[in-house]
Design a protein around this ligand. Structure first.
Ligand code: BGC
Length: 260
């Protein structure tokens, strides 16, 4: 079976690097025309474009996902340029500083929620307003194993990812009879800049591998290829309102491998 996204229009937030870039690149090589989005890293976004299948229809959008007017503006641009949108990848996110909740800085906590949860909501809402009248589309949010796994010092991040997951399930109840599918993809520890502090430190990397039954970190392509499959009709046509985990087994309580 071959996945063919020819003619499909896709928008990937946070695609100037990491998982977002890999998804944009994979979508384009499966035939889609893609809008790359970045906040500050224009050079990164240009590199994503350079890695994509050449297509005059590709676009580049800039701004902050936590600013709802900016988000609305991007969707107007997509509408003007393409006339519609088939695939929305809600990917942009931050993990924020580690801080125990009791001593957390309110601004820092709010920032993570603004970007990951509110920013995701703004994008998904706008995407729906284009897709529902057109009677078709797929929305995939990149969450994390931390939509399920608690993480000390990262309560805002966990709350934001769990929020997107349950938002998606609730949304599925509202619209699943209208040809728009809504999904979450939950990566585990994928080697990107977001966790460079961990994988570049021998001790921390060894500790991380203890938490992964497959005993290795994932690659961005392993997430990107799965995202392409999930949004495609060839693989994903009967999937909605669910999360697929790609985490080397991280959500299986690895500490129970021994004892108990
Ligand atoms: C985080 C990474 C972390 C992984 C597994 C991801 O959501 O962004 O920093 O390595 O979860 O804990």
């Amino acid at each position: 079976m071959k996945i063919d996204l020819s003619g499909k229009k896709a928008f990937v937030t946070g695609s100037s690097g990491g998982i977002g870039r890999a998804i944009a690149v994979a979508l384009s090589h499966s035939g889609a025309t893609v809008a790359v989005h970045y906040r500050g890293d224009e050079a990164g976004a240009r590199e994503t474009l350079a890695q994509m299948r050449p297509d005059d229809g590709h676009l580049m959008l800039q701004g902050d996902v936590s600013e709802k007017d900016a988000v609305a503006g991007w969707f107007r641009s997509l509408h003007d340029a393409w006339g519609g949108l088939d695939i929305f990848i809600n990917n942009a996110g931050i993990d924020g500083e580690k801080q125990p909740l009791a001593e957390s800085e309110v601004d820092a906590w709010e920032k993570v929620i603004s970007v990951n949860l509110l920013g995701g909501y703004y994008g998904v809402r706008q995407a729906l307003q284009m897709m529902l009248p057109a009677d078709g589309g797929v929305i995939l949010s990149v969450t994390s194993v931390h939509e399920k796994i608690p993480w000390a010092g990262q309560s805002a991040y966990c709350a934001s990812k769990a929020g997107i997951s349950l938002m998606t399930q609730s949304l599925a109840l509202e619209i699943s009879d209208q040809n728009v599918r809504v999904l979450c993809l939950a990566p585990g520890a994928i080697k990107t800049d977001i966790n460079k502090d961990v994988w570049s430190d021998e001790e921390q990397l060894a500790d991380l591998k203890e938490k992964i039954p497959m005993r290795r970190m994932g690659d961005v392509e392993e997430i990107a290829n799965l995202a392409v499959a999930m949004v495609s009709e060839e693989v994903g046509s009967y999937m909605t309102g669910t999360t697929v985990f790609a985490d080397g087994g991280m959500i299986t309580y690895p500490s129970f491998a021994k004892g108990g």
